[in-house]
Write a protein that binds this ligand. Structure first.
Ligand code: F6P
Length: 439
């Protein structure tokens, strides 16, 4: 992936309205600075021996612009939340509304209900006005005050709804499916010559959105996962040949499982979809568990739900967005491993005590923790700056600790997965001490 164009952000047009934020252009006056458009954040900070830095692979730096495309006095903003739940959605909604209303002076913010269904009149969900008072306390609660749903809707119909509501800036909070829909809306609006700013805010506990360090909600999900692992470890330690088996969400990427394993320090085996493993044979999981019980007396195994892919002969049940449903019985890697382990040790006449924990939706049906709460607020504020400046077809992100504008086509061009060759997987294998479970 190279070339400046796919890293360039779309602008609706010339910015002529002086920002009401009253920030500074001088470096040393103790007032935060505006961010000029030309500022970039390099994608690659590591260079292979002899490699020349490729500065074309860089993001536009996010932040408040001195001149805006939209006049806040007449600007109308809309917010939609789609996809699965994630801790912190309400924090983002709250910070968006408060920032738009109190800082920019925007007078109309609308919430669309139940995901993109709320932009399709056929669904019958009326939008709701969002004022400062409506969002004041929502950050204390998990979920989304607007409701969410999965599934796609006709971009033409959705843009028609936005045009009728005279929305200038649409904020789409969601995962990859939401970013795909946001991109389609933006394309449709451009085709119609509409000045609509579409700004995505990446949300998923799976942390599998590319070109961002992390998505909001991920940190909270990891801390919830650690609670489940701690319980599994306690149970395993307290029994003769105790095995604690924990299945964690993570559809295609094992980031939650990997980070929770690292956070707990007590995991002996971590299985993720990105790394092959055999269950049977001398190098397989079962033989390893036997050796582990013989030498150490207990074992804690964490498995990411996406490993259930290996159970799908060809295909499996899918949700409204077309994703495989790993919670369905025939793709459930957790219960599969539980049965295989119990059967194996029964056959080997070795008594075990296996405790299986699946915290499932408990990872995400909670309010954001402190780290995520800060991150949600930051993302929301940067999203508001981007939209008011007339950026569109873009997602706000964080890269190497700087906030960035990621063009949606770029975000949709790749997938983020654990790289078995890189530091994260090295850390997991060093912490767990697990071998490679393949011959
Ligand atoms: O994408 C986030 C996620 O929490 C996945 O980890 C999980 O597979 C999926 O959503 C389940 O979501 P739902 O049951 O709401 O479709």
């Amino acid at each position: 992936m190279s070339g400046a164009s796919e890293w360039s952000v779309r602008n609706l047009g010339e910015r002529r309205v002086l920002s009401p934020l009253g920030l500074s252009k001088i470096a040393d006056d103790e007032i935060p600075d505006y961010v000029p458009d030309g500022m970039r954040v390099l994608h690659d900070v590591e260079l292979s021996p002899g490699e020349i830095p490729d500065t074309s692979r860089s993001f536009e730096k996010a932040g408040p612009r001195e001149y805006l495309f939209f006049d806040p006095k007449t600007t109308r903003a809309g917010i939609v939340t789609a996809g699965g739940l994630c801790p912190g959605i309400n924090n983002v909604i709250r910070s968006l509304v408060l920032h738009l209303v109190y800082k920019y002076g925007v007078q109309h913010v609308t919430g669309f209900r139940y995901g993109f269904a709320g932009l399709d009149p056929a669904s019958g969900f009326a939008p709701v006005p969002l004022g400062a008072e409506d969002v004041l306390h929502v950050h204390a609660r998990g979920g989304t005050m607007l409701g969410t749903s999965r599934g796609s809707h006709d971009p033409g119909v959705m843009v028609e709804t936005l045009a009728k509501s005279r929305i200038d800036c649409l904020f789409a909070i969601g995962g990859d499916g939401t970013m795909r829909a946001a991109h389609a809306i933006s394309e449709e609006a451009i085709k119609r010559g509409m000045n609509l700013a579409v700004v995505g805010i990446p949300k998923t506990i799976d942390n599998d959105i590319p070109f961002v360090d992390k998505t909001f909600g991920f940190e909270t999900a990891v801390s919830m996962a650690k609670i489940a692992i701690d319980a599994a470890h306690t149970e395993a330690l307290s029994a003769l040949h105790g095995i604690g088996l924990v299945r964690l969400m993570g559809r295609s990427a094992g980031f939650i499982a990997a980070h929770a394993a690292l956070a707990s320090h007590d995991v002996n085996v971590c299985l993720v979809p990105e790394v092959r493993f055999d269950v049977d044979g001398p190098h397989g999981l079962l033989a390893y568990l036997k050796r582990r019980l013989e030498t150490r007396g207990h074992a804690v195994v964490v498995v990411a739900e996406g490993c259930g892919m290996r159970l799908a002969a060809k295909d499996g049940p899918r949700d409204a967005s077309g994703n495989l449903r790993f919670a369905s019985a025939d793709l459930d890697i957790g219960t599969y491993l539980k049965e295989r382990i119990e059967h194996y040790f029964a056959e080997n006449a070795m008594p075990i005590s296996l405790k299986y924990i699946d915290p499932s939706y408990m990872l995400r049906g909670v309010p954001a923790n402190a780290i995520d709460a800060v991150f949600c607020d930051e993302l929301a504020r940067y999203a508001a700056h981007a939209a008011m400046a007339g950026k569109t077809d873009v997602m706000v992100g964080r890269w190497h600790r700087s906030f960035t504008h990621v063009p949606l086509p770029l975000a949709l061009s790749a997938k983020k997965r654990i790289d078995p060759h890189k530091e994260l997987w090295l850390a997991v294998t060093e912490t767990t001490g697990q071998p490679r479970f393949v011959a």
